[in-house]
Design a protein around this ligand. Sequence first.
Ligand SMILES: Cc1cc2nc3c(=O)[nH]c(=O)nc-3n(C[C@H](O)[C@H](O)[C@H](O)COP(=O)(O)OP(=O)(O)OC[C@H]3O[C@@H](n4cnc5c(N)ncnc54)[C@H](O)[C@@H]3O)c2cc1C
Length: 264
Amino acid sequence: MNIVVCLKQTPDTAKVKFDPATRTLSREGVENIMNPFDRQALEAALELKDAYGGKVTAVSMGLPMAADILKDALAMGADEAVLVSDKALAGSDTLATSTALAAAIKKIGAYDVILCGKQAVDGDTAQVGPEIAQHLRIPQLCNSLAITFADGQLVVKKENDYAALTLACAPPVLITVSKSEKEPRFASIKGKMKARKAVIPTWGIADLGLEPQQVGLSGSPTKVLKAFTPTPPEIHSEIIKEDDADEAVEKLFAKLTEAKIIKR
Ligand SMILES: Cc1cc2nc3c(=O)[nH]c(=O)nc-3n(C[C@H](O)[C@H](O)[C@H](O)COP(=O)(O)OP(=O)(O)OC[C@H]3O[C@@H](n4cnc5c(N)ncnc54)[C@H](O)[C@@H]3O)c2cc1C
């Protein structure tokens, strides 16, 4: 089974802030990590490879430093990794990002399954996976919790607010992952050594057969107009202390009525 897994390098969003002037994430001094949902997708890819054999290729689009997460992927057990990096990609929205990633996946060659995370924790749109499927004209199954392969079909378990679902689809298929069945594995010593020596190929847009106007700001119909950290709401609290419980309740009712939270 040929498996491609898309990995995005994101800032650790627990520590990141918006820069209102540039309307971008202020990444200064913030550690970059593999998007947590992508780590789950990578684990799901490795579980498929362990169970059914095959090859896992990791692909990331980003700055040259995104090679770090690809090395992590190799250390965890991915067989190959490719970085898509080019100045022309700067400012790409989800359409431009998925255009570049779909072109890279085509160049990687035959694939049975493409795995993406459910969403990236910085952009948070959850659009890139489904858009890649659309570019490649293949079906998509979103928000997977477990993936198996039976009777020539990929079988995906997922849940929503109303039901637990089991869906099946013949390859090639794109699956977005909420959670892998097992916790993402740690890299082995052997894996770390292999990753340290690995030279990760970098493809620019010319290697992907793309024109500059298809990607980056010029290939991005959407723009982030405003981005800021919302001010937390002001919370006024008061403790009602009465010796008599009935009096305390009466006082509480009066306050809630006055604030128009309840009607008497
Ligand atoms: C605060 C903020 C808001 C934004 N809002 C929008 C918006 O509304 N519309 C819009 O078009 N753009 C938006 N962008 C730009 C958007 O983040 C980029 O286009 C980004 O490259 C992809 O979108 P995402 O981070 O939402 O990814 P998602 O669509 O949430 O990512 C889903 C999955 O796709 C894969 N993936 C995504 N990006 C990459 C990558 N670079 N390399 C490898 N795999 C990847 C991963 O598996 C990931 O888990 C926003 C950016 C920021 C910082």
